[in-house]
Ligand binder design. Structure first.
Ligand SMILES: C[S@@+](CC[C@H](N)C(=O)[O-])C[C@H]1O[C@@H](n2cnc3c(N)ncnc32)[C@H](O)[C@@H]1O
Length: 455
């Protein structure tokens, strides 16, 4: 019997997850198609052989890099989210001042085209000067060698420099036509190197030598598969100096991911600090690395549907994500929830449905509610989430059907029975909310004189 024809895109998705740790969702099919075309052009292989061809090449090779340019988001700018950076600078200053250390060591662990690394060097200089002087040493790494080439060139236009103060631009840059060139004082503090967070033990792109007082790994962990994220975080933690700070974006600030670091919560940032005394489980030292190209078994590349994937991540800290939502950081909470929800976590889907409903992201919320109902058809919380989303979308007949279902499911259930801890929803609360919503829908119908969907 002839085996079924392989799907080149599904194969590429699987190889990308395995070698780069990047989670490419079904919705990002266009990126994958562009990456396939770019790698096809670079390898000269037909589409059906591109994934297998890439599997055995190092990620630094041109064919991979062509694909990486299509697959990664390079969005960044100088002093991105300045209040977030200012808070980090304040915490690091308080941390290093009593130690009287002469060198501040920083790692920008996905620096894209360099703006973050240069910004950290400027802030680091300020911190060190405020605490008695010394040197600043910024290691900046990224998966994309094209982005790193731009970073090393250090020549930038006005748009990416929009959040720099004129005094900063004048101090650290030289005009270069209509652009600006990084000056020698800034350049002396930063060095760039390729590094794949999903393949930390790679002699061609070795693990940066720590320990670091500050590691900034922003807007990259959220793009990784749970397995790659876990591996990357284990290495980041091992590279932190005692007392050192790990800074991630709010969307990635899920405390459980960084245990045993201590979360430090501020209005502008949630940071994670390594205790001075507590040991961190050791990641393998740089010397104990694998052979050049990680030996990957040549077998067929298998892609699994995203919704069926069992999550390899640590138990998600949904309370921390909920806290983000409660603080109004709805987009951050949605981003943090997306991979957990795709990994078939019921509570994550319920939380995502509710947050999306609040954020007005009704299609995304509906998809999460449907997943929740699919995962637990007998859950009143899931039926309620779906009813709520249907109501928000104006599908009143369907909403009513869900909400009637909620009341039926809750018949005889004691009010205090907890049905969804992460949302604090007990049976009584859901029952009341379902009744209220049904009344509102009935009022709408009376006003409009008819139901708005034909179900
Ligand atoms: C959105 S940029 C983040 C830039 C910067 N950290 C910021 O927040 O402004 C994401 C970067 O992560 C890099 N990246 C993606 N996967 C990576 C991996 N497995 N290892 C290292 N870097 C990776 C991409 O090349 C891209 O430059």
């Amino acid at each position: 019997m002839t085996p079924p024809a392989a799907d080149p895109l599904a194969e590429l998705r699987a190889v990308v997850a395995r070698r780069l740790g990047l989670e490419v969702t079904e919705a990002q099919g266009d990126r994958l198609r562009l990456a396939l075309a770019a790698a096809e052009a670079a390898t000269g292989l037909p589409p059906g052989q591109v994934a297998a061809g890439l599997l055995h090449r190092h990620w630094g090779e041109p064919a991979w890099q062509a694909a990486i340019s299509e697959l990664t988001v390079q969005e960044t700018c100088f002093m991105r989210h300045r209040p977030w950076l200012d808070r980090i600078a304040q915490v690091v200053r308080a941390q290093i001042a009593p130690r009287g250390e002469r060198t501040l060591r920083v790692w920008s662990a996905a620096c894209a085209t360099g703006e973050e690394a240069w910004s950290l060097a400027m802030l680091g200089r300020q911190v060190v000067d405020d605490t008695g002087g010394g040197t600043v040493d910024v290691t900046a790494t990224d998966l994309s060698t094209r982005a790193l080439a731009a970073a090393r060139k250090g020549c930038y236009g006005a748009w990416t420099m929009r959040d720099l103060l004129p005094v900063e631009r004048a101090r650290w840059f030289r005009p270069d036509g209509r652009r600006w060139q990084v000056g020698p004082d800034l350049r002396a503090m930063v060095r760039f190197a390729p590094f794949n967070l999903a393949q930390p033990e790679d002699p061609h792109a070795p693990f940066p030598r720590g320990p670091f007082d500050l590691i900034v790994c922003r807007n990259v962990l959220m793009y990784l598969t749970p397995a790659a994220r876990t591996l990357a975080i284990r290495h980041l933690l091992a590279a932190l100096a005692p007392g050192g700070i790990l800074a991630v974006s709010p969307a990635e600030a899920v405390a459980a991911w960084y245990r045993p670091l201590t979360p430090l919560s501020f209005p502008e940032a949630i940071l994670f600090q390594r205790d001075v005394a507590a040991p961190i489980p050791a990641a393998p030292p740089a010397a104990a690395v694998q052979p050049p190209v990680a030996p990957v078994a040549p077998g067929p590349v298998v892609s699994r549907p995203i919704a069926a994937r069992p999550s390899a991540s640590p138990p998600p800290d949904l309370q921390a994500i909920r806290a983000l939502g409660d603080q109004g950081m709805l987009d951050a909470a949605r981003l943090a929830l997306a991979p957990l929800a795709a990994g078939d976590n019921l509570d994550a889907n319920l939380l995502l449905a509710m947050i999306c409903s609040e954020a007005g992201a009704l299609d995304e919320g509906m998809a999460a509610a449907r997943r929740a109902v699919y995962l637990a058809p007998g859950s009143a919380a899931a039926q309620f989430a779906q009813g709520l989303l249907q109501a928000r979308r104006g599908a009143t007949t369907r909403a009513r059907r869900n909400l009637d279902g909620v009341l039926a499911l809750l018949e005889g259930e004691a009010d205090e029975t907890m049905l969804c801890a992460v949302l604090d929803l007990d049976a009584g609360t859901i029952r009341q909310a379902a009744r209220r919503l049904l009344n509102e829908l009935a009022g709408d119908d009376r006003g409009a004189g008819m139901a708005t969907d034909a179900a």
